[in-house]
Design a protein around this ligand. Structure first.
Ligand code: XMP
Length: 508
């Protein structure tokens, strides 16, 4: 994306790298990660205002440890090296790095030794977060020590060159004034702090116009925050040339399809709703294995889109609401596949469509800011995350129309009661799951033998881990009474008290 002012973060592999770009954007300067293996010629084409060298798992002495792009030193750009980035900077400029006798991991303190604009507004002694084995032992020429921790140089700088190094991580919340230090660096680098959601919309709209060159674009709307914001953004850029498809697969929550049509259709987006409930039910017929369900649903989506797009050879692009964390998660084979996250992934290759992913550099809360900038209501922006395969993964066992009906009814009760009590603030997700288990009950002196609903409500920051919401007992009792009274085929309600891990948020 062509943002007027940008800071590039060279990605040396630290687990905190996402946070660096994020903090810089919070300061009001556009930032993104780049691969340091790219040539400087290529990187400098993005015309960065400054460069940050991130931390990473390597030692500068490891065989094949990534180095500085040739050309960065001569570029005259301000540079901030963090952890591995500082060691790399020190070594490549002629200093010396040694394995630390004491490794520093976790909370630490540093003392400012020399006045520097990098530490403007900070105290002489500050808390920080360290995670390093090696340390800088001898400074390169022109560098001065700026701060030290108990066991290492904590900060170094070459003020004329505007090259600085921090041994600790300013991007994590455990370094309480880390963001102030980053902001000081950006100030030193001459940044103007003009980046915000409005600029993002302006720049991205321009870029989409240029990229699509008058051609037509399709978008698969799911009703969720990401695809809605992506569609609204592309619509702002190309208007009528955007063709949204909204597949009603019957696996959405009660009232959801109508709401999407009302809100997005009401904004003038060109949306075609495709009723495909029966088709998805047929695809799921007799299937109870969770991964098989996801696969069948994914295939059915692709087939529906193919049929729709077959008549539109003039469509050359597909919009997807991919976010930064999705990009990173799918970037490597680092973790085992717990669940295949479903989207219309196979479609672009099969249809030879080019992808348009205008949100791929943003985090969820930044997407919400962009959505607000575009005038989307909170009803869309503050929605709970909802899995692509929809209610099918909240319906363990086989998915049949009457089971889906029961699940939708129970889910509506859970949402209504939690929202009425104001208990949804701070929850990540709250929903119902219909279990393929029958239990005996008694209603109006009659024996019942019906299925069981499990209520799930969790708190989470990023869905990687989650804790059970401590819902009020009276609220849970109201939910239970209403579900059993109002939903046919259910006579018992449980509250799921399993955190993630060991559970996952969804049941399948
Ligand atoms: P789990 O169940 O793995 O879910 O703890 C983590 C988060 O991801 C959502 N989820 C999905 N989202 N496609 C999606 O777009 C999927 O297939 C999918 N499966 C789970 C889930 O709702 C939770 O927020």
């Amino acid at each position: 994306m062509q943002h007027a002012e940008r800071v590039l973060v060279l990605d040396y592999g630290s687990q905190y790298n996402l946070l660096i770009t994020r903090r810089i954007r919070e300061c009001g300067v556009y930032s993104e990660l780049v691969d340091p293996a790219r040539s400087w010629e290529e990187i400098s084409r993005e015309r960065p205002t400054a460069v940050v060298l991130s931390g990473g798992p390597n030692s500068v002495y490891d065989q094949g440890a990534p180095g500085l792009p040739t050309g960065l030193m001569e570029s005259g750009l301000p540079v901030l090296g963090i952890c591995y980035g500082m060691q790399l900077m020190a070594r490549e400029l002629g200093g010396h790095v040694v394995p630390g006798t004491v490794r520093e991991y976790g909370p630490a303190r540093f003392v400012v030794e020399q006045d520097s604009p990098l530490f403007a507004g900070l105290s002489r002694e500050e808390r920080c977060w360290m995670s390093h084995g090696d340390r800088v032992d001898r400074l390169p020429e022109g560098f001065v020590p700026l701060a030290s921790s108990e066991h290492a140089l904590a900060a170094i700088g070459h003020p004329e060159r505007r090259w600085y190094g921090l041994q600790f991580h300013p991007e994590v919340s455990h370094t309480p004034h880390g963001k102030a230090i980053l902001k000081n660096f950006l100030q030193l680098a001459g940044c103007r702090f003009e980046w915000d959601a409005g600029h993002f919309v302006h720049d991205t709209v321009e870029e989409i116009r240029q990229k699509t060159e008058g051609q037509h674009v399709a978008c698969a709307l799911s009703g969720g925050v990401d695809s809605s914001v992506a569609a609204a953004l592309v619509h702002q850029a190309i208007g009528e040339r955007l063709h949204c498809l909204f597949v009603d697969n019957g696996l959405l929550r009660q009232g959801e399809a109508e709401q999407v049509m009302e809100i997005l259709g009401g904004r003038g987006l060109n949306i075609r709703m495709i009723p495909a409930q029966d088709r998805f039910l047929r695809a799921l017929d007799g299937v109870s294995d969770p991964e098989a369900k996801r696969k069948r649903i994914g295939e059915a989506f692709i087939r529906v889109f193919e049929e729709e797009l077959d008549h539109r050879p003039d469509i050359h692009f597909l919009v997807q609401g991919t976010l930064y964390p999705d990009v990173v998660e799918s970037g490597g084979a680092r973790s085992a596949t717990i669940k295949t996250h479903h989207n219309v992934g196979g479609l672009p290759e099969r249809m030879r469509l080019k992808l348009l992913e205008p949100l791929r550099e943003l985090f969820k809360d930044e997407v919400r800011l962009v959505g607000r900038e575009l005038g989307l209501p909170d009803r869309v922006l503050m929605r709970q995350p909802f899995p692509g395969p929809g209610l099918a993964v909240r319906c363990p066992g086989v998915v049949r129309a009457e089971r889906l009906e029961a699940l939708k009814g129970a889910d509506r009760v859970v949402r209504e009661e939690i929202e009425k009590a104001g208990a949804h603030e701070g929850l990540w997700q709250y929903f119902a799951v219909l279990l393929p288990v029958q239990s005996v009950g008694v209603m109006g002196d009659q024996r019942t033998y019906s299925e069981v609903v499990s209520v799930r409500a969790v708190t989470s920051l990023d869905a990687m881990t989650a804790d059970v919401a401590r819902l009020d007992w009276d609220l849970l009792a109201r939910i239970s009474t209403r579900i059993v009274n109002e939903v046919r085929g259910v006579n018992r309600v449980l509250y799921d008290i399993t955190p993630k891990p060991p559970g996952t948020i969804e049941w399948e």
